[in-house]
Write a protein that binds this ligand. Sequence first.
Ligand SMILES: C[S@@+](CC[C@H](N)C(=O)[O-])C[C@H]1O[C@@H](n2cnc3c(N)ncnc32)[C@H](O)[C@@H]1O
Length: 214
Amino acid sequence: MPENFTYSQVQDYLAKLTPERPAELQKMEAYAQEHRFPIIGPAAGQFCYLMARLVSAQAVFELGSGYGYSTAWFARAVQENGGGVVHHTVWDETLSQMARQHLQVLGYDQMVQYHVAEAVQTLQETPGPFDLIFNDIDKAAYPDSLPVIEEKLRPGGMLIIDNMLSGGRIFDGDNTSPNVAGIHEFTRLITTSPDWVVSLVPIRDGLVVAQKRG
Ligand SMILES: C[S@@+](CC[C@H](N)C(=O)[O-])C[C@H]1O[C@@H](n2cnc3c(N)ncnc32)[C@H](O)[C@@H]1O
């Protein structure tokens, strides 16, 4: 395999392959750039949309939803899958309000349930099961979220979890930050568990995609 291309070349190429988005989604992308807010971005969004279609997701739970950019991709899939629910969960009231406005303009508001609360606890308290769970909370909390996710996902359901490359920090053996430690521990837990079929997809900051065994 030729090795004379870079990670960022591949990422730029993936971004270019992503079809044009509605104006409101582009507005959300511009806001993220301007305010350096960490959204999943178009290529990972398109990938999440595809995954949600592939599992015919009609019940999605999102942990760490920000102002609703990733939510919009899942809502689009759920709508095309015949309708259902997407849970938007963030502990910041302002972000939740922003999400409500954006998702209303996009026409998904009726499908979305908003929670302003800690995400793992909210998942624990929300009746499932879910077809797809997306996790994008603070990375130090990833390991403790796994048992709750496993309990709430239906057999054959899909987990997608973001930032599993952590900007390359996972390759730095001297990095002892709680976030990087959380990513290492989560990776170890899920890849050694007999209950999951797992792969890491190197789109943007790395998405772990895992299916709960039936
Ligand atoms: C990376 S951003 C979310 C981006 C969003 N998924 C997207 O791609 O559009 C994570 C957001 O979740 C919030 N958050 C982090 N940990 C959380 C937790 N345990 N419970 C609720 N919200 C959390 C953060 O404050 C931030 O607003």
